[in-house]
Design a protein. Structure first.
Length: 85
């Protein structure tokens, strides 16, 4: 079982075996949770680069002219459905 020592400054080195198993990178944030029984759980937090590509890209803005045409079409469709009053 890997071990490390806590320094006077409260720092420790994560053993290479643990870093490799958890795929921890330098300067990556770690989340610590201490359970009632004294067990500490450490979870690596994803970096911004890890999250890159996880969201669907937004649609490109078609431009003002296209937006105006779309509004005209929708207005005409709505008027046709409701009938002119």
């Amino acid at each position: 079982m890997p071990q490390s020592t806590l320094t006077d400054k409260g720092q420790t080195t994560v053993p290479a075996e643990v870093r490799e198993a958890l795929k921890i990178k330098p300067r990556q944030q770690l989340e610590w949770t201490v359970q009632d029984n004294g067990t500490a759980i450490v979870r690596p937090q994803p970096s911004a680069l890890d999250l890159f590509g996880s969201l669907k890209p937004a649609k490109r803005y078609p431009g003002l002219k296209s937006e105006k045409e779309a509004v005209k079409r929708l207005t005409a469709d709505q008027a046709a459905k409701e009938g002119l009053k």
